[in-house]
Design a binder for this molecule. Structure first.
Ligand SMILES: [Zn+2]
Length: 103
């Protein structure tokens, strides 16, 4: 249970780093997480990235503008569970799409 909690926390942190621009999606990788989860984290991170004139707006609750660090903290503190749910849904979508694509 504790392990799973730590795992989820890491996923939320990775998403928030990409969304806030602390890390670019290209630079994010993990040897521990599956390819599907890595791709899902990249996609969700980009979906949550709404930058206007160098400042960040949260697309979930429309609050902002934030600095990179402020947005990172906002996402991990206020939208922790949503970040994980979004990654899980995106991972399901990727798996489903790859099954359809197979001959
Ligand atoms: Zn928000």
């Amino acid at each position: 249970m504790a392990r799973r909690g730590l795992f989820r926390w890491k996923i939320a942190v990775y998403v928030a780093r990409i969304a806030s621009g602390i890390v670019t999606p290209r630079d994010f990788d993990s040897k521990v997480l599956s390819r599907t989860i890595v791709e899902a984290i990249r996609n969700v991170g980009l979906q949550l990235r709404d930058e206007r004139d160098g400042l960040l707006i949260c697309p979930i609750c429309l609050k902002g503008p934030f600095t990179k660090r402020g947005y990172f903290l906002h996402l991990t503190r206020l939208h922790y569970y949503q970040l994980i749910q979004l990654v899980e849904a995106e991972a399901d979508r990727i798996v489903f799409a790859s099954r359809i694509a197979e001959p």
